[in-house]
Design a protein around this ligand. Sequence first.
Ligand code: DQA
Length: 150
Amino acid sequence: MKTILLLNGPNLNMLGTREPDKYGTTTLQTIVDRITEKARAEGYKLLAFQSNSEGEIISFIHHEGQKASGILINAGAYTHTSIAIRDALLAVGTPFVEIHLSNVYARESFRHHSYLADKAIGVITGFGDFSYDLGLQAIVHYLRRTSHEK
Ligand code: DQA
């Protein structure tokens, strides 16, 4: 079965209780379960991974990225700092969508820059946990109309 990766970076394991005014009260597990189900309905296996460590995220991209059809990534704060995650995504060459729960452009200016965005298919930001549903729709749509399917 074709696979889509769902990668979550630092502090996203705290969803549900973390700054609920910004990130809502839905847990990451609830999001992963829902997106897994929706991916299955679209004919994809979802492989989800969360880590607070930049190196672990990079190693996961190395090991699983090339085998996957597409990647959904909420890199959390690493979005704004990590040239290394950008390079890992470029190294495997798998198309990806950047996701954020909050609207990063309505927040502090240091969140306005992303090291991933210019290499992403697109960016979804500001729709709360529904950003993940939109991200899945976006990557499935992209994969259907391109020859990237693996
Ligand atoms: C985030 C936005 C980032 O700026 C922040 O560091 C996060 C979460 C979001 O989903 O809105 O950890 O990626």
